[in-house]
Write a protein that binds this ligand. Structure first.
Ligand code: G3I
Length: 305
């Protein structure tokens, strides 16, 4: 296997990337995407502000471009994301509790209905827990008005909307064992014990010198898998360069391969030049689409060459 997607497939995993619709017309971008990856996640195009900018009127033009492109290339699509405190259109926050509940469920139904049967995994709820040691939920319109139960309600609505999609909870700074991942763990354990529909947990895995690849990454992925959910690495990027960055990427692939329920990973962009970390170089291809040492490290960790 000589591409990321085919090497990962040899290990029974998908290898994806975040994609921006606005770059699909760039030939080197599309060529690299089409050659290397087996899954895509729209970087912004499925978010609430992009898809339901005013209440009840859905716009899928940009997201459809990505989904159509992926399907034409035989790639899977991850849905990102249904319920998140960020990138909310301004009409959502002022709603009262009952109205907000109705709007949340209508948003889930609108998105998942449009893409029914076409999304392998949905990030149903994104980033609902605080950083730091408290393990508390993050303040958001959903949390503040609906309480802890909004997450359960979102997952139940999502299951009914598209029973074929895997339903994920997705967060960052939960990659190792810490207070935040413990809180997510307790929620998933509770959901499994009460039959709340959840199939997967996404570990964003945005790493840099302040937040390096944790030494207990594999152990943390495994403890979630042991609850009876799949685990996915959903937004991987690692600041750095050269052999140090390559070694960090190797650690991530090895952690996933050591956990049988780690079903795949997604890097958060194709090329350094379009990374959300502006000026950073956290991805596998440089700004000219040359494969970096980290690319070779990932390929060989999956057994490719
Ligand atoms: O849509 C406007 C566009 O109209 C305008 O011309 C342009 C000018 O700057 O801005 C556009 O919006 C930007 C949008 O990306 C699309 O490019 C926003 O300002 C910018 O804030 C937004 O950033 C995204 C960020 O999420 C927002 O929170 C990043 O691209 C995206 O990579 C990032 O992704 C998140 C995940 O969804 C969740 N986990 C963390 C991850 C990294 O922050």
């Amino acid at each position: 296997a000589d591409t990321l997607g085919s090497a990962a497939a040899g290990q029974g995993r998908y290898f994806g990337t975040a994609v921006a619709a606005s770059h699909l017309g760039e030939s080197d971008y599309a060529a690299t995407l089409d050659r290397e990856f087996s899954s895509v996640t729209p970087e912004n195009e499925m978010k609430w502000d992009a898809t339901e900018p005013s209440r009840g009127s859905f716009t899928f033009t940009s997201a459809d471009r990505i989904v159509d492109h992926a399907q034409s290339q035989g790639m899977d699509v991850r849905g990102h994301t249904l319920v998140w405190h960020s990138q909310l259109p301004s009409w959502v926050s002022p709603l009262g509790a009952q109205d907000l509940r109705t709007a949340m469920n209508a948003h889930i139904n609108g998105l998942m209905g449009h893409y029914k049967g076409e999304i392998h995994s949905w990030d149903v709820v994104n980033e609902a827990f605080q950083d730091g040691g408290s393990g508390a939920r993050r303040s958001s319109p959903f949390q503040d008005k609906l309480g802890d139960g909004f997450i359960e309600e979102a997952f139940r609505t999502a299951r009914a909307a598209d029973p074929a999609a895997k339903l994920c909870y997705n967060d960052y700074n939960t990659d190792g064992v810490n207070a935040k991942s413990n809180a997510v763990y307790d929620m998933v354990k509770d959901f499994k014990s009460r039959g709340v529909p959840i199939d997967c947990v996404g570990f964003q895995s945005h790493f840099n010198s302040n937040s390096p690849v944790p030494s207990d990454y594999r152990h943390n992925l495994q403890r979630f898998a042991d609850l009876g959910v799949d685990v996915q690495i959903t937004e991987l990027d690692i600041e750095g360069s050269g052999s140090a960055q390559a070694a960090d990427y190797t650690k991530v692939v090895e952690a996933c391969l050591a956990v049988s329920r780690c079903t795949g990973m997604t890097v958060w962009g194709v090329t350094d030049k379009y990374s959300w970390r502006s000026g950073g170089t956290p991805l596998l291809f440089d700004g000219d689409y040359n494969a970096k040492p980290a690319y070779g490290a990932v390929l060989s960790a999956f057994g490719g060459s």
